[in-house]
Design a binder for this molecule. Sequence first.
Ligand SMILES: Cc1cc2nc3c(=O)[nH]c(=O)nc-3n(C[C@H](O)[C@H](O)[C@H](O)COP(=O)(O)O)c2cc1C
Length: 220
Amino acid sequence: MPHPQDILEAFHFRHACKVFDPARKIPAKVFDCILETGRLSPASFGFEPWRFAVIQDPILREKLKTVTWGAQGQLPTASHFVAILARRSADMRHDSPWLLDLMRNVQHFDTDRIAQRLARYRSFQEHDFHLAENPRAMFDWACRQCYIALGNMMTAAALIGVDSCAIEGFDQTEAEQVLSEANLLEDGRFGLAVMVAFGYRIKPQTPKVRQAMADIVRWV
Ligand SMILES: Cc1cc2nc3c(=O)[nH]c(=O)nc-3n(C[C@H](O)[C@H](O)[C@H](O)COP(=O)(O)O)c2cc1C
């Protein structure tokens, strides 16, 4: 087991890296490990509404750069650049064929268990979280699951000495247009949740600033 101090060291090491050393590439095995932590991430109901598009094509990166103000330094220099895509409401609705296929063929649930889960999920969507009536709310909910994978991948990267930066600084409509033209959105079944760049720093990191523990925690 890692020591708590090792975990905290990784959290201090991780920072929003603005520019990477373009000459240093993450070894394939190391990057596979980072991706695997995304794949193994938990999601509400276990529905894994994500897809990880690893964008290495310099032409596609250049196109994305024109609509991504937040990654001007990262897009040209990152060893690996990932767009985390989220499934839209057509797949996430309680009555979608994709969901049924996931429960049958990935989760290996039997018919009774599927019926129970779908009834619970329907009630969750319609009553608990009010997602069903609003495709945007449904997409945002799927995006929230993607952010769990995002956090895990960045933490895993930090633990093995890889730098990263989450990227939300993009025009969503225009960035989705670029990804759609690259055939990554499957005719609108996916939307763009968030992006993340990985590589190795070339400059020292800036000091970490955070609110004090006493200001953000309440014990009752
Ligand atoms: C979801 C998310 C989106 C972000 N988007 C960008 C971005 O587009 N460009 C950028 O340079 N930094 C981006 N950041 C980095 C944050 O500004 C940074 O994490 C925050 O200021 C804290 O600094 P630290 O990560 O160095 O500790 C993003 C961070 C998160 C978590």
